[in-house]
Design a protein around this ligand. Sequence first.
Ligand SMILES: *Cc1c(COP(=O)(O)O)cnc(C)c1O
Length: 222
Amino acid sequence: MTAIAPPTAAEVAERADAVRERVRAAGGDPAQVALVAVTKGFGPEVASVARAAGLVDLGENYAQELAAKAAVVDGVRWHAIGRLQRNKVRLVAPVVALWQSVDRLALGQQIARHAPGAAVLVQVDAWGEPQKGGCPAAEVPALVEAMAALGLDVRGLMAVAPAGPPAAAGPGFAAVAALADRLGLPVRSMGMSSDLEVAVAEGSTMVRVGGALFGVRPPRQG
Ligand SMILES: *Cc1c(COP(=O)(O)O)cnc(C)c1O
């Protein structure tokens, strides 16, 4: 594949405005719905462009990629949004601002060990798709309680909808929002480029957007 020139900061800022417009059109208040720009798969130059476009919250799926970008791009709140192996926690612990995909006790224990008091979200599997990660909804209250007992700052819940028609994700997002309400957790990280309207309509307070800001991701190496 030929290398595609990264978008300019002006282009990314324009696309971020378009995303905020989509949030508004879906009935959300863009000032209340945080935009996490997902830079996974792109090089550090794209993370720098995002930062120059005024985006401060950046999301990464892979620990090595996150660490490499955090070493060269300043002023970012890094969000760990992917399935995380326990042995990768230490590598990114100094730079992660929000651990979004905590779905099991062992992972929480490792985070509490390397980043005491860290802010976390519990990832919920609201669709019965365990391969995507996420804690089964029925087990979420106990996991949230266990995370708090470890001294972690549980801010909310996160969910990744299955591939397929965005509208089909609605009931799952609604269930996650209801669960967050019940547990008194303010943050619901739900919605990506293709399904953010559905997520916002169901009460998302944080969308994680890659493609709609940066274009098609290069294929993942290795
Ligand atoms: C890749 C990814 C995103 C962003 O997806 P887009 O379709 O590019 O917007 C959001 N959340 C998670 C967990 C992801 O892995």
